[in-house]
Design a protein. Structure first.
Length: 92
């Protein structure tokens, strides 16, 4: 029996070479941070999908309260600057 290709026709030696090149390009610390953030994202995604699946089975007893509307404000123009360089002309 021969070795079966793992991903996209690549065997173990090819994957090891690609891993070594990626490690040289990005460095260990950056790859560790990338793995950590990917793990967090997957965990949050799983939690959210569980929450969505659980909410479909439950029937809400009463609709959620409407969000309060913010108070409306009227437009107030900015104060006029009295220290302008132009002097008013005196029409005499």
């Amino acid at each position: 029996m021969g070795a079966t290709p793992l991903v996209l026709g690549l065997g173990i030696p090819e994957l090891l070479i690609i891993l070594a090149v990626v490690l040289l390009l990005f460095g260990g610390a950056r790859l560790a941070g990338l793995g950590k953030s990917t793990g967090r994202a997957i965990k949050e995604f799983k939690e959210e999908t569980r929450g969505i699946g659980g909410n479909q089975d439950e029937v809400p007893s009463d609709p959620p309260a409407a969000a309060p509307t913010p108070p409306t404000t009227t437009y107030q123009p900015p104060p006029q600057d009295s220290t302008s360089d132009s002097t008013p002309s005196d029409p005499r």
